[in-house]
Design a protein around this ligand. Structure first.
Ligand code: PBG
Length: 351
């Protein structure tokens, strides 16, 4: 009777104040005594198949430049990519997210959709070599524009003085062009990260019209205006030259709004939705998973990675233990896949 009632209320008896009345013999420590038993009752398991490793591609020859704030991660020239990806694939990593640092930038970010753009070059080299690997491309303009914002700018009337801001609707066709160009070069999945309204619908239409109706969209659906992107902006050479991204990325204080963002992207045709960053937003990951039950990606971003590395270098934390704990917690929160700079290390530790 009591149990039935609790089930109705969707309450886990273990969490209720009455659990000692319902299951008087329960001692939770019994199941913690033996390592095999702990394995048997473990609810979340982490696997190398959960990981997506970000890669930064840049122009030049024989370049492998370590990103100072992201130890173990590099900017790579196209000719170095194969050598770098082989060991990752040998470790079992099967999905990569490509970022491009272009040779030249302009106000529109036009090199993003050029057939010989940096990401397109990378894909043409990688695609024939790594047939069973998934290449996901980040679709945004902040790396490609000279002002560092995620789209075309326009001037809008503000109170008293004009304001320069990203022009949402003018940016959408460019985004579709960028995606089509990446897929033509060999991308398997496109991942728009610019937080423009309507971006998924515009891309879906663009891909379908170009004959790529089976290419999935992984949308950065709930992307917050976060201080945790600091090291990435060095890595991708993409900091905004003025202002910040608060007019398009989300306010860290909001949670219901994330559900609206996700609902909108799903309506527009997103196949996978992302929450980003991960650690300060585990509650969002859980809410999205519970509410929509769709594949959820979480981006364990550059600043989250850098904090672990910095503390580990000082000997203040156990890097392996903390990293695996973090990745497990992201999965436990509801993520199906994790974009993480820890992927190589974690893959080694999980062997
Ligand atoms: C935008 C983009 C950013 C990241 C991924 N895609 C930066 C930003 O929005 O400023 C951040 C990733 C990270 O910090 O690891 N193209």
């Amino acid at each position: 009777m009591r149990v039935e009632k609790l089930k109705d209320e969707k309450l886990n008896p273990a969490n209720t104040r009455d659990s000692h009345l319902m299951f008087p013999q329960t001692r939770l420590r019994r199941l913690r005594q033996h390592p095999v038993l702990r394995d048997l009752v473990r609810e979340t398991t982490l696997s190398v198949h959960d990981f997506i490793l970000p890669i930064f591609v840049r122009p030049g020859k024989r370049i492998k430049k370590e990103i100072a704030s992201m130890p173990g991660n590099h900017q790579l020239s196209v000719d170095r990519l194969i050598d770098e990806l082989v060991p990752a694939v040998d470790l079992g990593i099967r999905a990569f997210l490509l970022f491009g640092i272009p040779a030249s930038k302009d106000a529109e970010g036009s090199s993003a959709w050029q057939d010989d753009g940096i990401v397109q070059q990378a894909l043409r080299v990688l695609r024939p070599v790594f047939k069973d690997v998934l290449f996901i491309t980040d679709e945004c303009f902040c790396e490609y524009t000279d002002h560092g914002h995620c789209g075309i700018l326009h001037r809008t009337k503000g109170k008293g003085k004009d304001k320069v801001d990203v022009d949402n609707d003018a940016t959408l066709p460019n985004l579709a062009k960028q995606c089509v160009s990446h897929v033509q070069a060999g991308a398997d999945i496109v991942a728009p990260s610019g937080m423009m309204d309507g971006m998924v619908a515009a891309i879906r239409k663009g891909l379908d019209e170009a004959g790529f109706s089976s290419t999935p969209i992984l949308s950065y659906a709930a992307k917050y205006a976060s201080g945790f992107y600091g090291p990435f902006r060095d890595a991708a050479e993409s900091p905004p030259q003025f202002g910040d991204r608060s007019s398009y990325q989300m306010d860290p204080a909001n949670s219901d709004e994330a559900l609206r963002e996700v609902a909108l992207d799903l309506e527009e045709g997103a196949d996978i939705v992302m929450v980003k960053p991960a650690l300060s937003y585990l509650d969002i990951i859980r809410r999205v998973k519970d509410r929509f039950g769709v594949p959820v990606a979480a981006y364990n971003v550059s600043g989250e990675f850098a904090m672990v590395k910095a503390a580990a270098q000082r000997g203040w934390i156990d890097e392996r233990r903390v990293t695996l704990e973090i990745l497990t917690s992201i999965k436990r929160a509801g993520a199906d896949m994790i974009l993480t700079y820890h992927a190589l290390d974690a893959a080694r530790w999980l062997r």
